[in-house]
Design a protein around this ligand. Structure first.
Ligand SMILES: Cc1cc2nc3c(=O)[nH]c(=O)nc-3n(C[C@H](O)[C@H](O)[C@H](O)COP(=O)(O)O)c2cc1C
Ligand SMILES: O=C(O)C(=O)c1ccccc1
Length: 373
């Protein structure tokens, strides 16, 4: 590892500002976007500032072991690549580069239904790495089953069903610029490459226009009628563990456990869906209490540094996902940039755990933190 790889220049906190210089206004707008006033996106970050780490003195462990196993997946650190669509907005290599970087670091890559590259190509890029598949649950069962079969065949072991985006959030930043990835020639090959999608929904070449593409997207992926009674379709067609992403209430977490779901991701989608929604970090402790160890609780939304990851782990998360930061790394330096960002975040986390005098993040708890005044 060279020194330039050990830390993101300027630190992870500077990442967004540095990446902004590399990105088109449309791409930056889409990646930064939050719902409505962006209040929830800001609240996600602010919630972390209200907790501070309690350093301890005396003999610190010289080695900190961040490894963990979540639902059978071994991880060198409790940090995953969050599912992110249209990554070609940040870099032409998009999710191929991110999946390669994840494999180099041994971290789990979660591939999005809205990936810019087909899941088979991303799987090949990820090689021996560990990969999970994130499902946006289509309105068409045949298409859903096709996605699940392809994912299993391509070596995705776990299914993450995102439930907070059955309608895409109202994002003024994009509306102002007049931008949507579906109205551009960015291509979202992960679903447009699907044989069922092509047969049933692909606009005929003569009809291909931004509007036709957008209309087909909405027909297939806007699915606000989803409810718990639809779960058997997934169970009948997926053998591995199933996680639900987008849980923000202890009640929903309890229902998920009762329904036999294997894990949950506490997340508000980086504040992109519901303006004024509770900061994801504030939702975490009551949900962790409600779940009470019955299933793993993962967390995302607002993690920018190793200290943030420490805070979420101490407040009850078993692992965290990171979204925008690795996209900014991708914008700055492709695969290498993404790898640098994620490696820096893991090493920062290791350092925080060491200074709190723990040998592993697994022993962190609320008492590792103090509430800032
Ligand atoms: C540009 C962009 C695209 C995203 N696409 C998806 C997606 O396709 N599926 C999904 O479940 N979440 C998606 N997310 C949400 C992330 O998985 C994650 O919940 C969020 O980015 C976490 O917040 P953070 O960016 O503050 O780390 C996306 C987020 C961004 C920024
Ligand atoms: O933008 C998003 O947050 C997101 O989840 C998404 C949804 C559809 C296509 C691309 C990304």
């Amino acid at each position: 590892m060279t020194t330039t790889e050990t830390a993101a220049p300027g630190g992870l906190a500077q990442l967004e500002a540095r990446a902004a210089a590399e990105l088109s206004p449309e791409a930056l707008g889409y990646i930064r976007a939050g719902a409505g006033s962006r209040d929830t996106t800001r609240a996600n970050a602010a919630a972390f500032r209200r907790w501070r780490v309690k350093p301890r003195v005396g003999r610190r462990p010289d080695r900190v072991d961040l490894s963990t196993t979540i639902l059978g997946t071994r991880m060198p650190a409790p940090v995953l690549f969050a599912p992110v669509g249209v990554q070609t907005l940040a870099h032409p290599d998009g999710d191929l580069a991110s999946a390669r970087a994840a494999a180099q670091l041994g971290l789990t890559y979660v591939h999005s239904t809205q990936g810019a590259y087909a899941m088979e190509d991303v799987a090949a890029a990820n090689g021996d790495g560990s990969r999970w598949y994130q499902l946006y649950w289509p309105t068409d069962d045949e298409l859903t089953v096709s996605f699940l079969r392809r994912a299993a065949a391509a070596g995705y072991t776990h299914l993450v069903i995102t439930l907070d985006t059955t309608l895409l959030g109202w994002r003024p930043l994009d509306l102002d610029i007049g931008y949507s990835p579906f109205l551009e020639d960015k291509g979202i090959a992960n679903y447009t490459s699907d044989p069922v999608f092509r047969r049933k929904y692909m606009p005929a070449p003569a009809e291909v226009s931004p509007l036709a593409t957008g209309v087909q997207f909405a027909r297939v992926f806007q699915n606000p009628g989803l409810s718990w009674d639809r779960l058997p379709l997934i169970r009948d067609n997926w053998d591995g563990p199933i996680l639900l992403k987008g849980i923000q209430s202890p009640r929903d977490a309890r229902i998920a456990v009762r329904q036999g779901i294997d894990g949950i991701v506490v997340s508000n989608h980086g504040g992109r869906q519901v303006d004024g929604a509770i900061a994801a970090l504030d939702a975490l402790p009551p949900i962790a209490r409600a779940v009470d160890g019955a299933v793993p609780v993962l967390f995302d939304s607002g993690i920018r540094t190793g200290r943030d990851a420490f805070t979420a782990l101490a407040l009850g998360a078993d692992a965290v996902l990171v979204g925008r930061p690795y996209l900014y790394g991708l914008a700055l330096d492709g695969q290498r940039g993404t790898r640098t960002v994620m490696r820096s975040l893991v090493e920062e986390l290791r350092d925080e755990v060491r200074h709190a005098r723990h040998r592993t993040h697994r022993t962190l708890s609320r008492s590792s933190l103090t509430r800032a005044r």
